[in-house]
Design a binder for this molecule. Structure first.
Ligand code: FO1
Length: 322
């Protein structure tokens, strides 16, 4: 059994590869919900959407989010009615947000709504939100605080980020099944997602980070930083805002208290020793996923790295001995 912690488009691509090398029934994905928003009165969960569409073979290859070949007729009319349209919901995509919103209004949890939606799409693996509680990623900028989608989509991540917070995280509980899945897995894989705003909110839910330190599973992450820059998006800027170097060492530092192996790109071979000095093993491969075979090869590399880990007593026990 394996657990994948994921968010964003890099995470969705990674899961597409993993699905081709492991049976769906053995995969549990734990997905960031800090990017969620209420838009046009609907509960939108962008990272749950991306994983769902990726697994259902519906994810837009052109945009990296939303449904392939979608149309935007509703968006055009909404614009004429005077509502903001900077966050675009496609016509087919709308069906998922309508259904999710209705299920939540009926008192179902986000976990339950996600289960119903993924099952209806014929997805055989388990997709779990990190929590059923509302956790909202906020980005601080010199001109004020923004929601994640305001920062990422509306402002195209151009404002300087001076900090990040996860509103509501302190009192959130992990969704049912998350801690048990991490504890009983053979491998926990951290997708090449933004460590601050995709994986960060998951780690901020009390109990998850602690379980990653405790689990007997091998914990393997793929670096989203290659050659000193983010493969895509604002990961570099946001890492800087947290005082982390924009490098594979920076990624290793973000996960140092629980990580066994960091998979880095061939271009970063010269930086392996900086990661190893944190007590984290390094595996070097091609991490940029351009083609379907790149995704499969990266998933293979992650599983191979996990199998090679000889787990010592839990990190917490080791830290206590130091
Ligand atoms: N990303 C954009 O760049 N522009 C959009 O208008 C947009 C709309 C959108 C609607 C539904 C959805 O599930 C995702 C959407 N995304 C959009 C992607 C989303 O902003 C990001 O992928 C994640 O939040 C980053 O992880």
């Amino acid at each position: 059994m394996m657990v994948v912690l994921t968010g964003g488009t890099g995470g969705a691509k990674f899961v597409q590869g993993l699905e081709q090398v492991a049976p769906a029934a053995q995969i549990t994905t734990v997905v960031n919900t800090g990017d969620d928003l209420v838009w046009w009165g609907l509960h939108v969960s962008p990272d749950l959407d991306s994983i769902t569409y990726a697994m259902a073979g519906l994810l837009s290859r052109e945009r990296g989010w939303g449904v392939d070949d979608d149309t935007f007729h509703c968006l055009q009319v909404i614009g004429r009615l005077g509502a903001p349209t900077w966050f675009q919901l496609g016509d087919r995509d709308l069906a998922v947000h309508l259904m999710r919103t209705q299920l939540l209004a009926q008192g179902k949890t986000l976990t339950h709504a996600t289960e119903m939606i993924t099952r209806a799409f014929g997805i055989g693996s388990r997709v779990l939100p990190m929590t059923d509680a509302a956790v909202e990623t906020r980005v601080m900028t010199p001109s004020g605080e923004l929601s994640f989608q305001e920062y990422f989509v509306r402002e195209r991540w151009q404002p300087e980020a001076t900090g990040v917070k996860f509103l509501g995280a302190e009192t959130a509980l992990p969704a049912a099944g998350v801690l048990e899945a991490i504890h009983t897995a053979d491998a926990v894989l951290i997708a090449p997602s933004n460590p601050i705003t995709s994986i960060g909110p998951i780690l901020a839910v009390p109990g998850i980070r602690e379980e990653l330190r405790e689990t007997p599973a091998a914990v393997v992450a793929v670096s989203p930083i290659v050659g000193g820059a983010a493969v895509s998006g604002p990961a570099g800027k946001l890492m800087q805002s947290q005082g982390l170097p924009v490098s594979v060492e920076g990624v290793a530092r973000a996960y140092a208290d629980f990580l066994d192996v960091l998979i880095i790109d061939e271009r970063d071979t010269g930086r392996a020793s900086g990661v190893e000095s944190l007590g984290i093993a390094v595996s070097v491969t091609k991490t940029i996923m351009q083609s379907s075979s790149d995704k499969v090869a990266l998933a293979h590399a992650a599983l191979t790295a996990a199998r090679r880990v000889e787990k010592l007593p839990s990190r917490t026990a080791m830290n206590a001995e130091r």
